[in-house]
Design a protein around this ligand. Structure first.
Ligand code: TXA
Ligand code: MG
Length: 315
C-alpha cells in the first residue's frame, strides 16, 4: 500500500531526517526536536548561525507540558489563543527536563513552543509523537516561504521531502511572547496582536527595548533582507524603483505590486513575503524597492516590523 505524504513525512522524521511541512504562518523545515543530529541538519540546510534557537511545534498542550513549564498565565494564553481561537502564538517558557536537543534551545534555559493551526502539520506531529523543531524553510537571511514554490526557490537542490499544503493562510511568522519571567515581553509581533494579548492578560506587554541578540535573536538585522535596497513610507517612487503599495492605486508606475488594493491589513500580511520574494526577479531592472506607508495598527505592526528589518540591509 502506498503511504500518504503525512505518513511518509512522519517515517522520515522518525529516522532523523529533515522534512518541509506546511503551517498556517509559513513553511517550516522540521526535524525531531529531541534528536541533536537531526536538528543540526536544519542548521546545515539553512546555513543558519548556531546561536539562534528554534521553536518546537507540538500537537497538544499535554505534549508541550512535557518540555516546558506552564505558569497559570501561560495556560490561560494557550487555552484562549491555541485552543479556542486557533491563533498563531509562540510562547517562550522555562524549559523542563533534559529531552530536547541542546541545539534547539541554543543553550538557553527557556524554550519557544507553538501549536501550529494547520491540520497537516498537526497530523504529522501526532504521527511522530514528538515535537518538531522548525524554523522557516528558507536559507538564512532570506524571506520566509509562504508556498512550496518559494521553498524550492530558496532551498533549491537542498530542498528535502516536502509535504504540500497550499499557500499559507497567515503568511507571517507567529507572534512570539516571552512569559518566562515576571514581565511579558513581545519578542516578535505577528497575527496575534499586542492589544489582544494585553486584553486577556489585563497587563501591559513590553517590547524588547533594544536589539538584544540573546533575548530576541529573531531581530537579527539581515533576517528579512531582499536583494535590493529598500525605502519605507514612500509616496512617490523613483522611476526605476519596485513600488510596493497598500490601498487603491494612487499613481501609475511600471513596477508595482499591491499588498492589498482594498487596504486590508490581513491580506497585506499574507502577500508580504511572496511580494518581497518576487522583487529578486527585478534585481537587474530596478534600482531599489520603495514601500508605501502601512498603518501601524494590529497586524500592520508586524508588517512594519518585517519591513523595517528588510530595509536595514540592502543591495
Ligand atoms: O510561524 C513561525 O513561527 C514559523 C513556522 C515555521 O512555525 N517558524 C519560525 O521559526 O519563524 P524561526 O526559527 O524562523 O523563528 C524563531 C524565532 C527566532 O527569532 C528565535 O530566535 C526565537 O524564535 N526563539 C526561539 N527560541 C527562543 C527562546 N528560547 N528565547 C527567545 N527567542 C527564541
Ligand atoms: Mg525565519
Amino acid at each position: 500500500m502506498v503511504s500518504s505524504p503525512i505518513q511518509q513525512a512522519a517515517a522520515l522524521l522518525k529516522q532523523g531526517e529533515v522534512v518541509v511541512i506546511p503551517t498556517e504562518t509559513v513553511y517550516g523545515l522540521a526535524a525531531d526536536a529531541c534528536n541533536n543530529q537531526a536538528v543540526s541538519r536544519i542548521y546545515e540546510i539553512k546555513g543558519r548561525p548556531r546561536f539562534n534557537p528554534l521553536i518546537i511545534h507540538v500537537s497538544s498542550i499535554e505534549m508541550a507540558q512535557s518540555y516546558a513549564i506552564f505558569s497559570p498565565l501561560a495556560l490561560l494564553l494557550t487555552e484562549q489563543f491555541w485552543i479556542q481561537e486557533k491563533r498563531s502564538l509562540t510562547l517562550v517558557l522555562p524549559k523542563k527536563g533534559g529531552h530536547l536537543s541542546s541545539l534547539v534551545t541554543a543553550g538557553l534555559e527557556t524554550v519557544a513552543v507553538r501549536l501550529p493551526q494547520h491540520s497537516i502539520a498537526l497530523e504529522i506531529i501526532k504521527a511522530c509523537g514528538f515535537p518538531l523543531a522548525a524554523p522557516s524553510a528558507n536559507l538564512s537571511e532570506q524571506v520566509s516561504p509562504t508556498s512550496s514554490l518559494a521553498v524550492g526557490q530558496s532551498l533549491k537542490d537542498k530542498t528535502p521531502f516536502l509535504v504540500e499544503g497550499g499557500d499559507c493562510k497567515i503568511g507571517l511568522e507567529s507572534t512570539i511572547l516571552d512569559v518566562s519571567r515576571d514581565v511579558p515581553l513581545l519578542l516578535r509581533p505577528g497575527e496575534c496582536t499586542k492589544e489582544e494579548l494585553e486584553k486577556l492578560l489585563k497587563t501591559t506587554i513590553f517590547l524588547p527595548s533594544s536589539y538584544d541578540p540573546v533575548r530576541a535573536p529573531g531581530m537579527m538585522k539581515r533576517h528579512y533582507a531582499p536583494d535590493l535596497p529598500m525605502r519605507l513610507n514612500v509616496l512617490e517612487p523613483h522611476p526605476k524603483e519596485f513600488f510596493i503599495t497598500f490601498g487603491p492605486p494612487s499613481c501609475e508606475h511600471p513596477y508595482t505590486r499591491s499588498l492589498s488594493i482594498s487596504g486590508d491589513l490581513c491580506e497585506a500580511a499574507a502577500n508580504l513575503f511572496a511580494i518581497l520574494n518576487e522583487t529578486s526577479q527585478f534585481q537587474e531592472i530596478c534600482t531599489g524597492i520603495a514601500v508605501m506607508p502601512i498603518p501601524n495598527e494590529s497586524i500592520g505592526m508586524a508588517i512594519n516590523d518585517r519591513l523595517k528589518r528588510a530595509s536595514m540591509f540592502g543591495g
